[in-house]
Design a protein around this ligand. Sequence first.
Ligand SMILES: Cc1cc2nc3c(=O)[nH]c(=O)nc-3n(C[C@H](O)[C@H](O)[C@H](O)COP(=O)(O)OP(=O)(O)OC[C@H]3O[C@@H](n4cnc5c(N)ncnc54)[C@H](O)[C@@H]3O)c2cc1C
Length: 256
Amino acid sequence: MIQKLTIAQSIAQAVNWKAHCADCIYLSGGTEVNRLGSEDHQEGISIGRLNMDEIRMEGSMLAIGATVTFTEALESDLVPMGLKQALRHMDSMTKRNMATIGGNIAAKRDDSYIIPALVAMDAKLSVMDLDRSQSQMSLWDYVSDPYSSRLLIIDILLDPKARIASRRISRTAQSHASITMSISLDPALACAAIKGTGIVRLEGVEKAIAKGLGGKDLERIGSEEPCQVVDDIHASAAYKRYLLGILAADLAGGLR
Ligand SMILES: Cc1cc2nc3c(=O)[nH]c(=O)nc-3n(C[C@H](O)[C@H](O)[C@H](O)COP(=O)(O)OP(=O)(O)OC[C@H]3O[C@@H](n4cnc5c(N)ncnc54)[C@H](O)[C@@H]3O)c2cc1C
C-alpha cells in the first residue's frame, strides 16, 4: 500500500523523482494501484496535475492525454466509435470517472479493457524515459517491453478513421473477462487479452484476414493460435480456444 505520495507539478519533475526512487510508481486514477491484491508499492508520484488531460487533433492524428478518464474519452466527439466500444467494456461508472487511459495501458492486465482495441488501431505512444528523453513508440512495442514501467506515458496517438471491432466475454459485466478481442481488416491487425495468458497478437488471424479468409477458416485458425491457454475459474482452456475462433470470425465478418 502506498505510504508516501508526492504530487508532481511538471512532467520533468515526475520523471526526475521516478529516476531517483526505485520503488516509486506513477499514480493516475488509482483504481489499479489501490485495488486489493494489486502489486505492493511504498511510494506514489501523482501525475494528475501535469496537464495531460486534453483530447486534441495533431494534424491527421488524434492525441489523447494519458490522464484523460474513460468518462472524458466517452464524452468526446473526437474519439472514434471503435475506441468507445472498448471503453464501454469498463461497466462501472465510478471506475470510468476515475480510471485513465494511460493507467489502463500501463497496467497491462490480461483482461485489459482497451489494449486490444488500441493495438488493432495501430496506436502509438508519446513517452518520456528516466533520462527525460521523449520519444514515440508503437503501443505494441510498449506492451511487449518488460521494462516499460520506467516510461511515463504522455499521449496516446491514433488515426481517428481506423475501423475496428471489439468484444469482451465475461460471466457478468463486472466479472473479469476470459477474452477481450479487437480486430481491424485494413491493416490486418488482431489482438486479444486472454485471462491467465496475457496480451497476445493473433498472428495467424492477421495473416488469414490479409488473405481475405473468413467464416469457418478464420474460426479454425483463431482457435489454433499458438499461445498457451489455461483453465481457470473464469473459463476452461477449451472454451477460451473456442472463443478465440468464434470471435475472430464474428468480428472480421462484422467489419466486411
Ligand atoms: C474492481 C475492479 C475491477 C477491475 N477490472 C479490470 C478489468 O477487468 N480490466 C482492466 O483492464 N482493468 C481492471 N481494473 C483496473 C483498473 O480499473 C483499470 O486498469 C484502469 O484503467 C487503471 O487506470 P488508473 O488511472 O486508475 O491507473 P492507476 O491505478 O493510477 O495506475 C495503474 C498502473 O499504471 C501506471 N500508470 C498510470 N498512469 C501512467 C502513465 N501515464 N504512464 C506510465 N504509467 C502509468 C501506474 O504506475 C500503475 O502501475 C479493475 C479495477 C477494479 C478496482
